[in-house]
Design a protein around this ligand. Sequence first.
Ligand code: ZN
Length: 111
Amino acid sequence: MTSELDSSIASGPNLSVESLTTKNRKKTSPIVNFTRVREEHELEKDKNGRLLFYCSSCSYSSSVTTNIRAHLKSKHEIDVETRQNRTKHEAQNRLIEYWNQAMEDNEIDEI
Ligand SMILES: [Zn+2]
């Protein structure tokens, strides 16, 4: 019994670990793993000509990756890993700039 178990561990390669490593090596957006190719009756692009992503688990579609991420999280409890901290930061800085401008405008309005 025990010797049989030992030999199976020693011989066969760990397939699950291997497939995980290859997945991590991909540098494309992780969302790709949870989206699918559109079906024939489904639109390729939205009104603005932006390519639509389709949820692999249902018929949800969106051209905005942020929306897809939110959908996956809320509907399928999939937390897509994001490595876009830099872009997020830039967007935040921009927001702060807009806010500062808006505040300035407000002050001028009040005077
Ligand atoms: Zn879905």
